[in-house]
Unconditional design. Structure first.
Length: 334
């Protein structure tokens, strides 16, 4: 089965200490390098990947991100970057024309709550950088989505963010907090509020996430996870992580042989176990289930596709933002 998404961790470094994320606690390793990224992008694209998400850590900490994006566009990918915006104002011009899906993380509508969520020391006004970044992005013909990871603590801050999004004609992505160890950390009351907000124009919520959680997440006796089928995960040290980033029990050195690994027995064995490992019970990790829904033929697939079509209608038809296009790779490799 062909993968859809390339999750490329280009750095494990982060300049924030978010309360709902542990990546900043990861062991240090060198950032991804251009020769490795270039080779892996081309091989993953030939294997079927249409989207590449350059992630981390904070991806803008890798100074070569613009070169990575250029290589990805030449290979025909739809590109995605999520940033906390601390570095974006100075680097926006480097990303112009190269990022199809740009996400700005925003967790509250006030300086105090947002910067507390992001674990920022006093004197570093991250919330102000987000507001500044929105205007700079629009000047550079980039249309960021506002990524609102909601929790019980911040769901009430939605209204101010919504007013900002409507003023700027931007989409809000409601993304429920997840716990890699199983049990949903968000209350039913917060999910009900998010569902109510999702009925408004310009608000995206993949309701499949909530249906999945209401069912108790993934179950190993009847797995819904398609993390291995749908997603290729590469770490900055040029290893492929299986079955996913958060539960990487296999770290396979790539050594310029990603194509061989994608069709090899290690990945095939991991695909046979996806959703069946002990740690997969009750799993609901958004970034792996979102592409997994495309491989299912049930209510989760229908809800996910409905949300995506609604997003596309608002962003590309109503707001008239440039549409991303995944190009075909010809015999020459481009």
């Amino acid at each position: 089965m062909k993968p859809l998404l390339l999750h490329y961790y280009i750095t494990m470094r982060c300049n924030a200490r978010c309360a709902f994320c542990d990546i900043w606690k990861e062991p240090a390793m060198p950032d991804a390098s251009l020769p490795d990224v270039s080779a892996n992008l081309l091989q993953a694209r030939k294997a079927g990947c249409r989207f590449v998400d350059f992630t981390g850590g904070e991806p803008l900490l890798n100074r070569q991100l613009p070169e990575f994006l250029g290589e990805a566009k030449r290979a025909g990918y739809i590109t995605s970057v999520t940033t906390n915006c601390l570095l974006f104002p100075e680097r926006a011009h480097e990303l112009a024309g190269a990022v199809d899906l740009l996400h700005f993380s925003i967790n509250a509508d006030t300086h105090e709550l947002h910067d507390t969520f992001r674990g920022m020391p006093q004197g570093i006004p991250l919330f102000d950088r987000v507001l500044q970044s929105i205007d700079i992005a629009l000047l550079n013909k980039l249309a960021p989505d506002l990524l609102f990871t909601y929790t019980d603590r911040n769901i009430a801050a939605f209204e101010g963010i919504y007013r900002l999004a409507r003023e700027k004609k931007l989409i809000i992505i409601l993304d429920p907090q997840f716990d890699i160890n199983g049990k949903d950390p968000v209350s039913d009351a917060a999910h009900r509020k998010a569902t109510e907000y999702a009925g408004r124009p310009g608000v995206y919520l993949n309701r499949s996430h909530l249906t999945l959680r209401a069912r108790g997440g993934n179950h190993t006796d009847s797995p819904l996870c398609r993390a291995v089928d749908s997603t290729v995960v590469i770490l900055p040290d040029n290893t492929m992580a299986l079955p996913c980033f958060h539960h990487r029990i296999d770290l396979v050195p790539i050594k310029k042989n990603l194509a061989g690994l994608l069709s090899g027995h290690v990945r095939q064995e991991s695909a046979g176990m996806q959703g069946r490992y002990q740690f997969c019970e009750q799993c609901h990790i958004n970034c792996y289930f979102d592409p997994s829904y495309s491989y299912l033929r049930n209510r989760l697939f229908i809800q996910s596709m409905t949300a995506k079509l609604r997003y596309a209608w608002r962003k590309y038809i109503i707001y008239k933002r440039p549409r991303p296009i995944a190009r075909h790779i010809g015999p020459s490799g481009r």
